[in-house]
Design a protein around this ligand. Structure first.
Ligand code: WQD
Length: 337
């Protein structure tokens, strides 16, 4: 019996693959390398000393996906496949809806055909939309998403709810990520987006490594935060990966049901705190300048993750310093790549 990981060569997927293998689980990774690199697969094997099957395919290709189910006894799927750049999604909505939503539908339809009804979905805090509250709890209704990326996440959550209503034999975990950062302590895997990064930490990493000239801090006039810069619930990617292990255990234990969890620390840090900490713990300089706010940004939001703590026995344990050190370690071990 194996766990199928679409997008398993990506940032979150590869870290989760490591934790699954460390737990003795059998995994199968499928990936089209649209936002990942093939050498990550060897790095996962190097870290864990374990082997696994891999298929290079686009999960929209139903025939290829069916072949994976024909050739492997898939007991559950954790779906990491999906484009995830907020800014890019505004420019390319059709590509985002096709890849993220149609891709998820092809995957779910194929699972149904082969009687596999255990599914964990990489969702995002962005589904809460713009709201007056800053601490998000799972009881809150999904809000108005502000970009196609976020809308695809909200759509897939709704699709999963409808699937469960139609057939309560399904076993579904919806994990709402806050802001994943950091890298495995080995420095062998980490966040390495193609092109100019959208997210804060990969941008800091490239500036610190002198690949980019400076960081623009988007706004330092937010009254709602301690120093005027935006604040987010940054969590270490290894904590996040372990959250998937705990969610899978929950689904295995409950057999059926649909469960939604925030995966965050509940402890927001500002952009200024992130930049200052990164420089301090790594003894590097990250030149920056304050610029205008980025359209669509919220001043501050963070997770109430009590539900994951209570029901999954999951708590994020790594510190902001760990996130900064592990990110920089990854850059140093991979910068000539
Ligand atoms: C964080 C903070 C920016 C870049 C989005 C998605 C979320 C998830 C993570 C994919 C904000 C500031 C950023 C920069 C900056 N998606 N910033 N200069 O927007 O919170 O979340 O990405 O994994 O679903 O919504 O993440 O890292 O882009 O921004 O000042 O060059 O850093 O204004 O306050 P965000 P982010």
């Amino acid at each position: 019996m194996a766990i199928l990981l679409p997008g398993g060569a990506g940032y979150i997927g590869s870290h989760t693959a490591v934790e699954l293998l460390n737990q003795g689980k059998e995994i199968v990774i499928v990936d089209d390398f649209s936002n990942s690199k093939s050498e990550v697969l060897d790095k996962i094997k190097q870290i864990t000393g374990k082997d696994f099957k891999f298929y290079e395919l686009n999960y929209l290709d139903k025939e290829s996906l069916e072949k994976v189910f024909e050739e492997n006894d898939i007991e559950a799927v954790i779906n990491f496949a999906g484009y995830k750049a907020v800014g890019e999604s505004v420019k390319k909505p059709i590509e985002y809806y096709i890849n993220n939503v149609s891709g998820a539908l092809v995957l779910l339809d194929t699972m149904k055909k082969y009687g596999c009804k255990r599914f964990i979905f990489s969702s995002s805090a962005t589904v809460y939309g713009e709201r007056k509250e800053v601490e998000y709890t799972e009881e809150m209704k999904r809000g108005e998403t502000t970009n196609p990326y976020g809308t695809t996440k909200a759509m897939i959550e709704k699709i999963l709810e409808d699937i469960y209503t139609s057939d309560p034999e399904w076993s579904i975990g919806i994990l709402r990520y806050f802001n994943p950062v950091g890298a495995h302590e080995s420095g062998l895997i980490g966040e390495n987006p193609q092109g100019i990064p959208n997210n804060l930490m990969p941008f800091i990493m490239k500036v610190a490594n002198k690949e980019l000239d400076h960081l623009n801090i988007f706004g330092n006039d937010y009254q709602e935060t301690k120093d005027g810069t935006g604040a987010r619930d940054f969590l270490h990617v290894v904590d996040l990966a372990i959250g998937h292990i705990k969610a899978l255990e929950k689904l295995e234990q409950e057999k059926t049901g649909i469960y939604v969890y925030n995966l965050g620390t509940g402890n927001p840090y500002t952009v200024q705190e992130m930049v200052d900490t990164f420089q301090k713990v790594n003894h590097v300089v990250v030149p920056y300048q304050y610029t205008a706010r980025r359209a669509g940004d919220l001043p501050i939001y963070y997770a109430n993750s009590e539900k994951a703590k209570k029901e999954l026995n999951w708590v994020a344990t790594k510190t902001l310093e760990d996130m900064c050190k592990d990110s920089w370690n990854y850059v140093q071990k991979n910068s000539n790549k």
